[in-house]
Design a protein around this ligand. Structure first.
Ligand code: GRF
Length: 203
């Protein structure tokens, strides 16, 4: 199973996936890391691990559609079976998403459907929740609203500030994303979409 990873920044989730995929017997291979930001630290980590990297700089395109077309072309060149977004900070157009729907995962630093969007840890502290965490979900046109694939909880502890909570959740993210990608790759091809699209679950 060929995996392309989309990043914008630091790349710790990407690094967790790369490390896991190096283990003998892991059912997926990371074939490319693509960033929309030329300065993303993730690019150096990926290159250091011997993985093909590319930059599709959103600032060089006149519209979201033009950027998404270039991203789509770059992705296709690597022939991925699945795309993992890992700290990829661009909203994609419905046109792009429809081409890859069902084959695109994202990790979000909150227990969806709570705290969609940015600043999730600050908002969790503000709301006073005692349980926080992270979610791997399929990407659909509506932001952070696609079918949930896997979740991990992290407690909010007395005295937590944003940084302490973010660090605890990030540790959980790294494990969760590896687990979710492995589960996807291990599942029988015909059963992935139904197992993960919410059909067959009691609602
Ligand atoms: C992670 O918390 C991820 O959930 C969010 O952005 C952050 C990216 O961190 N979407 P990293 O680049 O994987 O270190």
């Amino acid at each position: 199973m060929r995996v392309a990873i989309l990043v914008s920044g630091r790349g710790s989730n990407m690094a967790a996936l790369i490390d896991a995929a190096k283990e003998p017997g892991f059912p997926a291979e990371i074939v490319a890391v693509i960033s929309n930001r030329p300065t993303a630290g993730a690019l150096d980590i990926a290159a250091g691990a011997g993985i093909a990297t590319a930059v599709v700089d959103h600032k060089k395109f006149p519209s979201r559609e033009a950027f998404d077309e270039a991203l789509d072309a770059e992705l296709r060149g690597h022939r991925p079976d699945i795309i993992c977004m890992a700290g990829f900070m661009r909203l994609l157009t419905p046109g792009f998403i429809s081409k890859w729907e069902g084959r695109m995962l994202n990790i979000h630093p909150a227990l969806l459907p709570s705290f969609k969007g940015l600043d999730t840890h600050a908002r969790a502290l503000e709301a006073g929740v005692r349980l926080h965490g992270c979610t791997v979900h399929l990407v659909t046109a509506e932001m952070d609203a696609g079918p949930i694939v896997a979740q991990a909880a992290a407690p909010v502890l007395d005295g937590d500030d944003e940084a302490a909570l973010a660090a605890r959740v990030l540790k959980a993210e790294h494990k969760l994303y590896v687990h979710a990608l492995k589960a996807w790759a291990d599942a029988a091809p015909g059963s992935r979409e139904t197992a993960w699209s919410g059909t067959g679950r009691s609602k």
